[in-house]
Design a binder for this molecule. Structure first.
Ligand SMILES: Nc1ncnc2c1ncn2[C@@H]1O[C@H](COP(=O)(O)OP(=O)(O)OP(=O)(O)O)[C@@H](O)[C@H]1O
Ligand SMILES: [Mg+2]
Length: 233
């Protein structure tokens, strides 16, 4: 079977959570193909399993059943270490609540993934170049004069732009964004949306969970999750 027309594929994904004696079936057979360069919006009621699906797509969590394929590689065949490496290199995550580290500066937050990836010696060799790229990215996102700030000293929109820079630093093949404007006012949310639109027109593959119809309108495709399944594709 040829899977590699798609960047990310999942087949018959099932996921349940066990809470004491009860079992909550969240995903009940999800099939999904994401093509390179697509901007896919995922919608669905609160609790319908959107974040659960995003975590599985990004190899932050494993399905109980079913396969997740990146190009033609089956992620479940990867070891723990290989999965971390894969995630670090190929996937950029953006979350609703930013998940930035307050102890680090804006620049350092953006540098975490390449730093972890390169090891001490590698970092000594490459850090100047990576820092230059990070500053450039932050500049493009309008944060040139915020690089030494700590996240708590920034506005919500600025924090989300830092998170976007962090997601982009390794030139990921795909960006997974889970309600990236969910915590922002409508004007700031719009600015963040413009950043994603620009990335999309430059060829970036994006999967975004959103409740915002204005955002979904900009997507190449809208997927609705309901009752653990895709309601329409
Ligand atoms: N670790 C967990 N343990 C038990 N139940 C969980 C866990 N994570 C999620 N759930 C449950 O699974 C369901 C789906 O959760 P999920 O976070 O994927 O929903 P969502 O569609 O992202 O919702 P929202 O729009 O509110 O973010 C929810 O009912 C939630 O309570
Ligand atoms: Mg969610």
């Amino acid at each position: 079977m040829k899977l590699n027309n798609y960047i990310l594929t999942c087949q018959q994904i099932f996921k349940s959570y066990r809470m004491g004696a009860t079992r909550l079936d969240v995903l009940k057979g999800i099939d999904l193909n994401i093509a390179k360069g697509e901007f896919v919006a995922i919608k669905g009621a609160s609790g319908s399993g959107k974040s659960t699906l995003m975590h599985i797509l990004g190899a932050l969590d494993k399905p109980d059943k079913g396969g997740v394929f990146f190009e033609d590689k089956n992620l479940s065949a990867f070891s723990g270490r290989k999965i971390n490496e894969f995630r670090n290199k190929k996937i950029g995550f953006v979350f609703q609540f930013y998940h930035l580290l307050d102890e680090l500066t804006v620049l350092q937050n953006v540098l975490i993934a390449p730093m972890v990836q390169s090891g001490t010696i590698g970092w000594l060799l490459h850090s100047a170049k990576v820092k230059k790229t990070a500053r450039q990215l932050l500049g493009e996102l309008g944060l040139s004069d915020r690089t030494e700030h700590r996240p708590y000293q920034l506005s919500g929109g600025e924090r989300q732009r830092v998170a976007i820079a962090r997601a982009l630093i390794n030139q990921p093949d795909i960006i997974l964004a889970d309600e990236p404007t969910g915590n922002l006012d409508s004007k700031t949310g719009n600015d963040i949306l413009k950043v994603f639109e620009k990335l999309h027109s430059a060829g970036q593959t994006i999967v975004m969970v959103t409740h915002d119809d204005r955002i979904a309108e900009k997507a190449s495709r809208i997927i609705r999750l309901a009752d653990g399944r895709i309601a329409s594709a």
